[in-house]
Every structure is written in structure tokens, then in C-alpha cells.
Design a protein around this ligand. Structure first.
Ligand code: SF4
Ligand code: SF4
Ligand code: SF4
Length: 736
């Protein structure tokens, strides 16, 4: 994975951008974390958060003029969080922590002239950095304008405590009085705090750089000027702090400006959605007031995706983690599951204000894992074998139109597997509408290989498809599955295709059987960029008189059913969580128009109709078909539509199985197919390599491909009742 790709992705994700309040705060106080602590009445913790960026919090926390409040986006829903009031509440409830540690002495002296807030902060910061600081002020206590504030605003003992605190840090008083520029000769550099009225006579120091506070006099820095004609305590403090940073750089011979963007920036790219945020007015109680803070962040995508939510991070952090996993050899296993659990559904990209695509990231990472030989074979093998089956001679094939081939119907592997009778009825209907010019192509588009990062396998499928289409004169395709649509659109862009729904709308619908109650319409995630498919479905429903409702996440923001990206095979629990979240969007029965969406959603027991059911009603309510039946259905459909293939039947084809619903569920979860059971039992019968329990249960084993199967069974006449079965990816030798 390229560093450049990582950088680009990292830049796109704005989750780590500072919130609006912090950006507007000249001191960059982490108001979000402060509010979180205050909301839980963790006052000492809240004070620590203030003190991280706010020198002398006991003064500033009480008198700050809080420009952050005018930036707070809570203003739109009840009123800005009253951060100034919260800071004061925090300081009134807590005592100062121990004085901060000083860095080792630098052996250099700075003169700080003025006793105003900016000078006090500048002196404090320089002392912490290890400078000898001489503070020049008039009167007995430093404070400048602060000395005249009323007691209820700023208890004056705090100023005395502050001076004592600065002295503990090593700050001493300058001997120069009255304050004059010659006093600056005492140190190697100096700061003039213009917020002390006693320095009014020195206001002609010349131009001052607004970012570095440098004056035109070498080594002289100045700050604490009025802002918009009046005094701003937080800006005075910020001037003192930023000037201290400049002085430190100056004295160390470093650049005064480079790398200081974050310190001085007042912009953020953060985008916090306010959808669903209830309006709450300010509260008197400080914890309740702090709870009004929205903890502004983006996480737009995380809120809507069970995968992102489950792994508890956000795309920028995932990007770094995935990259690090390629750079550091240890840790592959940990990251593999995460990389393979994304449904590649594209919702995050649609929601993200900057189009961050976790799907692209995870797909690229899967491809790299495969190329480097680091993808565990167990991750996607079952799905890839199923794809091979769907494209194998027993299930795949094509027939041209009877008179010509003007269009080619490609139902895809899942419609053929889950709804073979309706697929057959549909082919007869289309045959008629196309007057003998409809060809039929059975097989899989290669989506599983694409999702699994198996470029080699994908290429093979795409090459075969290209050749077949060419041999038929490249007719336009009619696709029933939007995953096929997505594959053709992105990987075979030279093909022309339409959705089955557009074709039916255009050619006329079969007789309809609408259901009486409204259905909740679920768009497959692969129609996110196929609006024509979605529109055609809605037109058909209206023409049919089928009442339906839109879900809250619909159209291009639809949710994945959990099959996308092979998520349900890698992490079935996660996929089920996604299904549950989807189904919670409506208490109505659902309507799907992708066979796999219907299969995944109905696995939870929810009634889910398929659009084709409204034209070719099924005899019984649909229940999830499962892997084994899908394979059998595909083979049968192939025989009915295209005739028997040339391959002889497998010798174990006639092994008769009896499987109870409970065992069936277990087999599905363990990805054990009837064909695996049949072959294992057939091999056992022919080799007599069996274990027999005292109760008469038998255990047979067989290695098929990379997997060893174990089947526990009883015989019932000529049939085999399956009691249990499991499989391992290991070689077992049975010694006889
Ligand atoms: S939507 Fe997600 S990926 Fe995009 S910026 Fe926000 S957190 Fe990052
Ligand atoms: S809601 Fe909270 S995090 Fe957001 S801007 Fe306001 S104070 Fe800051
Ligand atoms: S599952 Fe979908 S929304 Fe979630 S990260 Fe993957 S592509 Fe994005």
C-alpha cells in the first residue's frame, strides 16, 4: 500500500479536526474534553484539562471573555454551551494542583515588562521552559488592570497567590522602576505587556508581527494590545503565551514561524451533523449545562455503519492501523479480521463530506494481503468455492436466442440459487416479450473474487464473460442483481446493460399480485450508484398499485444486508447486527429486489418479499434457502433452461440424506454442504474406514480440497440420518 494513498485518505477524514469552540479559543483549550469531565462532575480532571493549555487558570478561568461561545454550534439548537460559566464553576470547586515542573535552566534571562495578564502568562511560560525571568511591574503586586476588578469577579487574593506561585517558579522582580525600555538590557530578550496601563508610555515600540509578536527592535516582543478597541483577557493570555513561544524560539535560534499553524489557526474542517439533535436551552446546574455539549466530532460514517462502530475507531485511525500492519510484520492476524469484515458497501463514502472510502481501503488491503501470501485461506475460501460452483459446468452455461440474440438475460448466481422456479417463469415471460431473440447466461459475475481481493480469480471470470459475450455478438445484458451491475459498471465498462426492472417497465409487466399491506422498500447497497435501477423499481410498484414506504436510510444512503464484501461469511455476528439495525427501521414487512438481500434479511425470521413474488407468487412464505439448496437449485435450473451438462453425475449424488432443521442450521453455520456430506459418506461406505460408537452412531471422515470433514450419522434403511458434522483445515490420517 502506497504512502501517498495513506496520506490522501488520512487528509480526507476530518474526525481529528478540532471542534469549533477549541478553534475559536485563542488558547486552544480542549473545551470538548473539559465539558465531558464537567458533565460527570469530575472537577479535578476538568481543571487539569484547562491547565494543559491555560496558564494561570485561577485568573483566566474566572474572567475569560470566551470567544469560543460564539463559535459553538450548539447555538443552533437551544443556545451555545456557556463555557465561561462552566470554567468559573470548575475553578470555584477546585484548588490549584502542585506547581508544574520546570525544564532544566537554560542559562538565559528574559525581561518581562508589565504586570498585566499577558506579562504574567509570558513570565510563567518562560519560567517553565527554564529561563530566568525578571518581571517588571509597578506597585507591590503585579496584575495591571486585574488589580481593579471587583472581588466577585476576581478575588484579589488570587493575584497575591499568583505572584507567590511565579516566584516559586523562579520569577524575580526587575529592579528597574519606573518601567522603561533601558530595563530590557537586563536580559537577552524582552517582552512588553501592553495590557498594563503603567506601560502606556511605551506604546510606540513600532510594528508588531501579529503571528510572532516580534517588534522591529531585535529581541523585543510585545503583546496584550486591545482587541476591537477593548480588553480581551483570553487574548491577553494568548499573546503572553505565544510571545513566550516566540522568545524561546528566538533564544534558541529557531524559526519564529515554522510549524506553528495549529497554535495560531482559527479554522477547522470539522463537519458535525446536527440532524436529530434536540434543542435544549442552557441549564443552571453546571453538570447539566456541560451535558449540553455535543462533543462535536464527525464520525458521520461511524454512526451509521455497524462495522466501523464495532471496531470502535474511525476511518483515519483505521487507515493508519492498516498501513502499520503492512509495515510491521506482527499484527497481521489482528488486522486481517478487521480488513475482511467491511461490507465494501460504500455507505461511508456517500456520507463522508470528503468521500473517504473504507471500501477502497479495505479492498486494496485485501488484495495486498493476497498478493503477499498473508491472507488466511479460511477467510474467503467457502465463498470462492461457491463462486466456482456457480461458474462450473453443472450450474453455468448459456444459450443464444432462438432466432437471434438481441439481449442476454443474466440472472446471476443468487437469483438462480434462491428462486429457481420464479427465474424460470421470468425467462418464459421475457422469451415471449423478446420474440425468440433472448439469450440466457447462467453463472456468477465474479463479485466474490473481487470482494475477496482475488484479482487472479476475478480476471479469469471476467475473461470468460468477455469471451462468451463476444461469441454471442456482444448483445446488451439484462441484469437481475445489482452486485452484477456494480461489477459490470466498474470492471467491464465496455458492456452495455440494463436492469431487469428497467426492461420490465419498458416491455410491460407480467400480471401483478400486489400485497394488501404497505411494504418497507429495501434498496441493495450496490444500487447506491445505480439510480436508474431504484427509480424503475419504484415506477413498477406504483404501476402495480403496491403500497410501500421508504426507509430512513434509502436510495444512495441505503444499508447493506451483510452479504456485501462477504461480511456474513467472515463475521456472521456482525452481519446479523447490521440486519437487525436495518430491520429496526420499520415494523412493516420488507420488500427487496436483490435475491441475496432477501436471503440475508429473511434469515432473521422477518417476512421479506422479493419484487418478483409480486408477479410470480410463491406457494409458501419464503424462508432463507441456505448454501446447499442454492447449489442444488442452480444445477436444476441449469438443466431446465439449458439442458444437462456433459459431465457424468458424481458417484455420491444418490446418497440419500435425512437432515433435521436443527442440524441443518448447524451445517449452514459451519459452511458444510450436502455434497460434502454425501461424498464423505460415500467414501466411508466404499472404504469401510469408519468409527462406530457403542450406541451405534457412526463417524466418517474425508478430506475434500483443503478441508477435512467429519460426519456423525445413523443409517435408516438406505438413508443416512445426519447427527452432527464439523470440519477442520488440517490433514488427518486414519491408520487402519
Ligand atoms: S465521515 Fe467518517 S471518514 Fe469522513 S471525515 Fe467523518 S469520520 Fe472521517
Ligand atoms: S457543542 Fe461542545 S464541542 Fe461543540 S462547539 Fe459547543 S462546546 Fe464545543
Ligand atoms: S461496511 Fe460499508 S459503510 Fe461500513 S466501512 Fe465498509 S464500506 Fe463503509
Amino acid at each position: 500500500m502506497e504512502q501517498n494513498m495513506l496520506r490522501d485518505l488520512e487528509h480526507r477524514c476530518i474526525q481529528e479536526e478540532p471542534p469549533y469552540c477549541q478553534t475559536a479559543c485563542p488558547l486552544k483549550v480542549d473545551a470538548r474534553a473539559f465539558c465531558a469531565a464537567m458533565a460527570q462532575e469530575r472537577f479535578d480532571e476538568a481543571r487539569k484539562i484547562l491547565a494543559k493549555t491555560m496558564s494561570l487558570p485561577d485568573i483566566l478561568g474566572r474572567i475569560c471573555d470566551h470567544p469560543c461561545q460564539s463559535a459553538c454550534i450548539r447555538a443552533e439548537t437551544g443556545g451555545a454551551v456557556e463555557l465561561g460559566r462552566l470554567e468559573r464553576a470548575c475553578l470555584e470547586r477546585t484548588s490549584p494542583a502542585a506547581p508544574p515542573l520546570r525544564l532544566p535552566a537554560k542559562g538565559k534571562t528574559v525581561t518581562v515588562l508589565g504586570g498585566g495578564l499577558s506579562s504574567l502568562v509570558c513570565a510563567c511560560e518562560l519560567a517553565k521552559k527554564g529561563y530566568r525571568v525578571l518581571l517588571g511591574f509597578t506597585g507591590t503586586l503585579p496584575g495591571g488592570r486585574l488589580l481593579s476588578l471587583p472581588e466577585e469577579t476576581l478575588p484579589q487574593n488570587i493575584l497575591a497567590e499568583t505572584w507567590a506561585f511565579l516566584q516559586k517558579l523562579g520569577v524575580t522582580r526587575s529592579s528597574e522602576e519606573p518601567l522603561s525600555l533601558p530595563a530590557l538590557r537586563e536580559g537577552e530578550a524582552a517582552y512588553l505587556g501592553m495590557d498594563d496601563p503603567a506601560l502606556a508610555h511605551l506604546s510606540t515600540v513600532g510594528a508588531v508581527d501579529s503571528a510572532t509578536y516580534e517588534t522591529t527592535i531585535e529581541g523585543l516582543f510585545a503583546g496584550g494590545f486591545l482587541r476591537n478597541g477593548s480588553s480581551s483577557p483570553v487574548w491577553e493570555a494568548a499573546d503572553g503565551k505565544r510571545a513566550a513561544n516566540s522568545l524561546d524560539r528566538f533564544l534558541q535560534g529557531a524559526s519564529l514561524s515554522s510549524g506553528r499553524e495549529k497554535e495560531i489557526s482559527n479554522a477547522t474542517r470539522l463537519h458535525t451533523p446536527l440532524r436529530d439533535v434536540a434543542s435544549i436551552p442552557p441549564r443552571n446546574d453546571s453538570a447539566e449545562e456541560a451535558q449540553r455539549c455535543l462533543q462535536c466530532e464527525c464520525r458521520h460514517c461511524v454512526r451509521e455503519c455497524v462495522f466501523l462502530e464495532t471496531y470502535k475507531r474511525y476511518p483515519r485511525a483505521y487507515a493508519r492501523e492498516i498501513y502499520n500492519n503492512f509495515a510491521v510484520v506482527q499484527g497481521y492476524h489482528q488486522a486481517n479480521r478487521m480488513i475482511n469484515s467491511c461490507a465494501l458497501c460504500g455507505l461511508c463514502e456517500t456520507l463522508c463530506p470528503n468521500d473517504f472510502s473504507m471500501a477502497d481501503l479495505c479492498r486494496a488491503a485485501r488484495e495486498e494481503l493476497v498478493e503477499r501470501g498473508l491472507m488466511p485461506p479460511s477467510a474467503h475460501e467457502f465463498a470462492l468455492l461457491d463462486m466456482d460452483h456457480a461458474n462450473g459446468p453443472r450450474a453455468a452455461g448459456f444459450r443464444p436466442g432462438r432466432t437471434a440474440t438481441k439481449a442476454l438475460f443474466f440472472p446471476g448466481c443468487q437469483l438462480a440459487g434462491t428462486m429457481p422456479e420464479q427465474t424460470e417463469a421470468l425467462v418464459s415471460f421475457l422469451d415471449e416479450r423478446f420474440s425468440g431473440t433472448l439469450g440466457v447466461l447462467l453463472g456468477c459475475c465474479g463479485a466474490p473474487a473481487w470482494w475477496a481481493g482475488r484479482r487472479d480469480m476475478l480476471q479469469k471470470v471476467l475473461d470468460t464473460l468477455r469471451e462468451t459475450l463476444k461469441s454471442l455478438g456482444n448483445p446488451p445484458l439484462i441484469l437481475a442483481c445489482s452486485s452484477c451491475g456494480d461489477v459490470f459498471r466498474r470492471l467491464l465498462p465496455e458492456t452495455s446493460f440494463l436492469s431487469l426492472w428497467e426492461v420490465l417497465r419498458e416491455k410491460g409487466l407480467p400480471p401483478g399480485h400486489p400485497l394488501p399491506n404497505p411494504l418497507a422498500l429495501h434498496d441493495p447497497c450496490t444500487t447506491r450508484s445505480l439510480p436508474a435501477w431504484r427509480n424503475a423499481v419504484r415506477d413498477i410498484l406504483r404501476a402495480l398499485g403496491q403500497p410501500f414506504e421508504e426507509l430512513s436510510m434509502t436510495g444512495e444512503t441505503t444499508r447493506c444486508c451483510g452479504y456485501g464484501g462477504l461480511q456474513s461469511l467472515v463475521d456472521p455476528d456482525l452481519a446479523k447486527k447490521g440486519v437487525r439495525r436495518r430491520l429496526e427501521e420499520s415494523d412493516k414487512d420488507f420488500l427487496a429486489y436483490c435475491a441475496m438481500c432477501r436471503e440475508s434479511l429473511s434469515d432473521s425470521g422477518k417476512p421479506v418479499a422479493h419484487l418478483l413474488d409480486l408477479f410470480f407468487p410463491p406457494e409458501a412464505p419464503y424462508e432463507a434457502v441456505g448454501f446447499s439448496a442454492r447449489q442444488t437449485n442452480r444445477e436444476q435450473l441449469r438443466r431446465r433452461l439449458l439442458g444437462t451438462c456433459d459431465l457424468p453425475p458424481d458417484p455420491w449424488e444418490d446418497v440419500d440424506l435425512i437432515v433435521s432443521p436443527d442440524v441443518r442450521r448447524c451445517l449452514e453455520e459451519r459452511h458444510i454442504l450436502d455434497s460434502d456430506l454425501r461424498r464423505t459418506l460415500w467414501e466411508a461406505s466404499n472404504s469401510a474406514r469408519l468409527l462406530v460408537s457403542p450406541e451405534g452412531r457412526m463417524l466418517a471422515t474425508s478430506r475434500i480440497g483443503n478441508v477435512t470433514f467429519w460426519v456423525e450419522y445413523r443409517t435408516e434403511g438406505a438413508s443416512f440420518r445426519i447427527v452432527n458434522a464439523w470440519s477442520h483445515r488440517m490433514t488427518v490420517e486414519v491408520l487402519s
